[in-house]
Every structure is written in C-alpha cells, then in structure tokens.
Design a protein around this ligand. Structure first.
Ligand SMILES: Cc1cc2nc3c(=O)[nH]c(=O)nc-3n(C[C@H](O)[C@H](O)[C@H](O)COP(=O)(O)OP(=O)(O)OC[C@H]3O[C@@H](n4cnc5c(N)ncnc54)[C@H](O)[C@@H]3O)c2cc1C
Length: 294
C-alpha cells in the first residue's frame, strides 16, 4: 500500500480549496484499507476518508492526517437481485446508472447529490423527501477495531448525520431497491434535475448546503437571504447570489474565506432571528467557527 506525501487535497473537493495531507492513500481492496489504517495507527495519525469532497471544507494549512480515497473494488457498484452492492467510494451517479439499467428504482433522489455511497452514509444524504436511511440495508464499516456490518439503526442515521466518527470508513454498502420501468426512472431523474437547476447554483464550485435547516419556519437559505447575504463576498469566496445557503468559489477561494462567510452568516442569523445555525459541511484539519457573541 503506497502512502503518498505532500498531496494537495483541494483538487479532491468540489469547492477546490484545501491544503496538503500528511499522508494520502488510495486503497482498492479491504486488505489495502486495513494496511492503510495500520500505517496510520502506528504513527498515531487520524484517518479521514474523502468521497467526492462534495460536503467537505479542508483547511488551507497542511492536514495532520492520513487521507483516504477509496478506489477499485471499494468504489465499484453492481446489482445482485434487487440489491445494489456498492463500494464506499462508488459515486452516486454510477449507482443510479446501474440501478436504472437493471430496472430498479428508489435511488432516483440521489441524482441531486454529487457524492459517494460512503459519504452518503456518513451524512445520511437526502433530497426531495428521501434519504439513505430509507434504502440502506447495511454498511460495512472498517476502523482500528476491525470490520463489521452495521444497520441504519446502528449507524444512527438522522437528519444529515450519523454516529460514524472520523476514523470509521464505510467500505461497502447494500441498498434495497425495487423494480421500476427504466423510462419512468429517467423521467423522474430529469424532473428532479430540472427542479435543482431552477433553485441552486449548478455550474459553480460549492460544497452543497453550508448549514442544516434550523427548526424554524424559514430554511437556512431563506433566512440568510433575508439577512441580505446573497452575493456577500470575502476574499475569493461568495455567498451564492442564487441561493444563500451555498458558498461559491468565485475566484481562488481559500477555506479561510469560506469560514469568514460562515461566521458572518451565523452572526447575522443569530442577531436577527435568535437562531444558532449548525454547519452541515464537514471540516477537515484545523478549522472552526467562532462562538456566537465573540
Ligand atoms: C451542488 C451540490 C448539491 C448537493 N446537494 C445535496 C443534497 O441535495 N442532499 C444532500 O444530502 N447533500 C447534498 N450535497 C452535499 C454532498 O453531496 C453530500 O453530503 C454527499 O453525501 C457527500 O458525499 P461525498 O462522497 O462527496 O463526501 P465528502 O464530501 O467527501 O465527505 C463528507 C463526509 O463524509 C465522510 N466520508 C466520505 N466518504 C466516506 C466513507 N467511505 N466512509 C466514511 N466516511 C466518509 C468524510 O470524511 C466527511 O466527513 C450537495 C453538494 C453539492 C456540491
């Protein structure tokens, strides 16, 4: 198992920002994954898995961790009867393609989610009223304690979160699908993609929703829009003029720029609505938001 050093992680994220990892490995089998985890354990290094980096903000400084990018059999997808069996690194788009080709539905909502199966488990990814917890049968989780299959209940899937911790890697997952006409699947996907295109920035570098929707009549996006934040810019990052719960890489954005915008957004939402927005995007490396009131 080759461990690379000095690999810049920004290119593995949809935002396109972030520093170098101490170590970087691309395991393509369970054996290689276990070797990589052993390498990290021997050096007392944390482990961070990167899917398609579509909900990830990585610090500009070097990241003191072993970053993993699952490949090969850990990123492939196949259909067995009416079950989708996919590696943790399999892109949702590939899974959807396999399901449609086999005449199996229920994965259509994932067309809106530009990540991987493993990232989806970690985040309990969801869109248009469905999420991973509804279709996931079980996930194979590997960490320093070993390898085991966990059910959605054991994974603790709830709104955009799970109980998985950073060093726990989803190596494989199984989803229960159901027979559906491929033409119907295609039509549903086209409809959802059109809805997405009408409401969100689709041709910009972003990391998806910045904040989770609060327990409030306004969504995070509408609240930040009402705070006058659309188009607000710090350095190379700006709050999307299209949808205020997105941050775009307008021109050479750094993670620090995005953090500045997030801090400002939280400050204004708290001042105007008394709401403490919680970030949905995951941080990797030394990144944090100032406490409200600082
Ligand atoms: C334009 C756009 C639209 C989006 N729309 C949606 C949406 O509608 N709904 C939604 O839920 N999300 C949405 N997202 C966010 C994102 O696509 C999802 O959260 C997705 O599930 C993240 O998957 P990923 O593979 O890219 O994970 P990453 O962003 O790479 O990582 C996210 C977290 O998951 C962990 N992780 C990744 N892979 C694994 C693994 N194999 N094992 C264990 N942990 C892992 C990472 O360490 C990190 O903590 C959107 C993002 C963008 C850019």
């Amino acid at each position: 198992m080759r461990i690379e050093q000095g690999v810049s992680l920004g290119r593995y994220t949809t935002l396109g920002a972030g520093g170098e990892a101490y170590g970087f490995a691309r395991p393509s089998s369970l054996d290689e994954l276990e070797q990589a985890l052993t390498w990290a354990r021997e050096r007392e290094l944390p482990v961070a898995t990167i899917g398609l980096g579509s909900n990830l903000l990585i610090a500009d400084e070097s990241v003191d961790a072993l970053a993993l990018k699952l490949e090969g059999e850990l990123a492939s997808a196949e259909i067995r009867d009416d079950v989708l069996v996919a590696g943790g690194g399999a892109p949702n788009a590939v899974c959807l393609h396999r399901a449609r080709a086999a005449g199996l539905g229920r994965f259509e909502f994932a067309c809106a989610i530009p990540g991987t199966v493993g990232g989806g488990v970690r985040m309990n990814a969801g869109a248009y009223g469905s999420d991973w917890s509804e279709i996931l049968l079980r996930a194979l989780v590997v960490d320093e304690r070993g390898t085991r299959w966990l059910t959605p209940r054991e994974l603790g899937l709830s709104y955009r979160q799970s109980k998985l911790e950073q060093g726990q890697v989803v190596a494989r997952a199984e989803f229960r699908l159901e027979p559906r006409d491929p033409a119907e699947i295609k039509a549903t996907v086209a409809e959802l993609q059109a809805l997405r295109k009408a409401a969100q920035p689709t041709n910009k570098r972003t990391f998806g929703s910045v904040f989770k929707n609060p327990d409030h009549e306004l969504t995070a996006g509408l609240m930040l829009e009402a705070c006058g934040l659309k188009g607000h810019r710090i350095g190379g990052a700006q709050i999307s003029p299209r949808h205020a719960n997105f941050i775009e890489n307008a021109d050479g954005a750094r993670a620090a720029d995005a953090i500045g915008l997030m801090a400002e957004a939280r400050r204004r939402a708290f001042a105007e609505y008394g709401v403490e927005l919680e970030h949905e995007v995951q941080f990797l490396g030394p990144l944090s938001l100032p406490a409200l009131g600082e």
